[in-house]
Design a protein around this ligand. Structure first.
Ligand code: FRU
Length: 465
């Protein structure tokens, strides 16, 4: 339980934490990070009344995760941001132990938010099969205020072969029907998605489930369903996959199934699962469609339960969001590219010739027409090498436990690298593959033995706090 009163009472502590955050030499400059404390999943992404609203899982008084609430930033243009007051506090019987992840659906000039109220009963429980409530809650809002938290679904409404892990609602509308997708873990420990349907966005009944034929992890978190160019995609975060040499290298994954589905007849077919990101820090992405019709995706640049860490905890903050990416589809595959707005951050352009060194941490670098293997230094002990169809990101001691990630890529012809003070996002072949990672070397040293880069120095986001 964490209510607004408790937050306001601790304002001094919070302000002290905020001061400490500002002292971090590796504080991000063009990423959304918590003003102080802990951040995880992006939530409730939407465009409403001329502003983008970005909410996120947030523990403002603790740099480790505690009872999470929804933090909030708004922006008219993805460059200028305003930190808004916390949005949903876990302050009722329905969400006592955390206002967990959820999404937004704009209708009739109001935002309908759906999220999971996490409740843990006191006692000797495993909190998987017993002792937990995952309540699906709806609030209607202008993005800032709301009157009521309405219980839409609770444990009893989920199919009886589910564990108590059913969460992270996302709405999809088709032909006058609203479908709610929820991530779930069955009593057989199989990850799947439950679909509920409604005609009024309030009364939802169980419709169907979507699952892989053979087990693909024990839990699917944070589902997202959408269409691009008449193709349907189901993003989700499976937990419990075995690592392979070039796949599933993180403890949990984030990726998508291309899905052929007829929601009316409940027939569907899932194609192969594709990972959305091959770096160390990417999880729980969420997408939304903006007023220009773009499908924009933002991820959490973090990883739950990882064995690597974030030295930023010494400065009272932890984690950030990825830069927003626009999703497009080429040959049936999702491509992800930084949204166009980020080009407004560019300052002067430099040409970095092979073996030339660039010694600042913050930049955007682009290499095109690549036709050979390459080796790039991103920081003093962080490198990216492409050899015989394998791309390898190797991180040294400064990376707080992050080691190596490898991806099979048949051919690389372009690279676009966004480097902030403590993160690197690498877009390969104009968004065909992406690697995102936090990085903690303070020693800037960017160069390549054999590639030439166009490099832009970058401005910071402006943040009204
Ligand atoms: C994913 C997740 C969600 C949950 C939220 C709680 O990172 O575990 O499934 O709603 O985080 O913070």
């Amino acid at each position: 339980m964490f209510n607004e009163e408790m937050y306001l009472k601790n304002k001094d502590k919070f302000q002290d934490m905020c001061k400490k955050v500002k002292e971090d030499p590796l504080l991000q400059s063009f990423h959304i990070y918590p003003q102080a404390g802990w951040l995880n999943d992006p939530n409730g992404l939407c465009y409403f009344n001329g502003k983008y609203h970005i909410y996120f899982q947030y523990s403002p008084l603790d740099e480790k995760k505690s009872d999470v609430l929804w933090g909030h930033v708004s922006s008219p243009d993805f460059i200028n941001y305003k930190r808004e007051d916390p949005f949903i506090f876990p302050d009722t019987r329905l969400d006592y132990d955390g206002a967990y992840s959820g999404s937004a659906f704009v209708k009739d000039n109001k935002i309908n938010f759906f999220y999971t109220g996490n409740v843990k009963h006191k006692g000797d429980f495993d909190y998987i099969r017993q002792g937990r409530e995952h309540n699906t809650i709806k609030i209607i809002s202008d993005g800032y205020n709301f009157d009521e938290k309405k219980l839409i679904l609770s444990n009893d409404d989920y199919p009886s072969d589910m564990t108590k892990h059913v969460r992270d609602p996302k709405i999809y509308q088709k032909d006058g029907t609203y479908y709610m997708f929820l991530g779930a873990r069955s009593v057989e420990d199989k990850g799947l998605v439950l679909v509920f349907k409604s005609t009024d966005l309030e009364n939802f009944t169980y419709h169907m489930r979507i699952e892989s034929q053979s087990k693909f992890g024990y839990m699917w978190e944070c589902p997202d369903f959408f269409s691009i160019d008449d193709r349907d995609f189901l993003i989700l975060c499976p937990q419990g996959l075995e690592s392979e040499e070039y796949k599933y290298q993180n403890i949990y994954q984030a990726g998508y199934f291309t899905i052929k589905i007829d929601l009316l007849s409940k027939k569907y077919e899932l194609a192969n699962f594709e990972e959305l990101d091959y770096g160390f820090d990417f999880y729980a992405p969420q997408s939304f469609e903006d007023s220009k019709g773009r499908r924009i995706l933002i991820g959490w640049m973090g990883m739950p339960d990882a064995n690597y860490t974030n030295p930023s905890v010494a400065y009272k903050w932890q984690h950030c969001l990825t830069i927003p990416r626009q999703l497009t589809v080429i040959d049936g595959k999702i491509y992800q590219n930084p949204i166009k707005e980020l080009e407004k951050l560019r300052k002067e352009k430099l040409q970095i010739l092979p073996t030339n060194h660039y010694d600042e941490l913050v930049f955007e670098a682009i290499a095109e027409d690549i036709s050979e293997d390459f080796s790039i230094h991103l920081r003093k002990d962080v490198s990216l090498k492409y050899e015989k169809g394998i791309l390898e990101l190797a991180m040294g001691k400064s990376s707080a436990g992050r080691t190596r990630r490898k991806v099979k890529v048949e051919k690389i012809n372009s690279l676009r690298i966004y480097s902030d003070r403590s993160s690197i996002e690498i877009f390969i072949n104009k968004g065909e593959y992406v690697l995102s990672t936090r990085v903690y070397s303070q020693e800037a040293d960017f160069y390549s033995e054999n590639l030439e880069f166009s490099l832009y120095r970058l401005n910071s986001f402006s943040f009204i706090e």
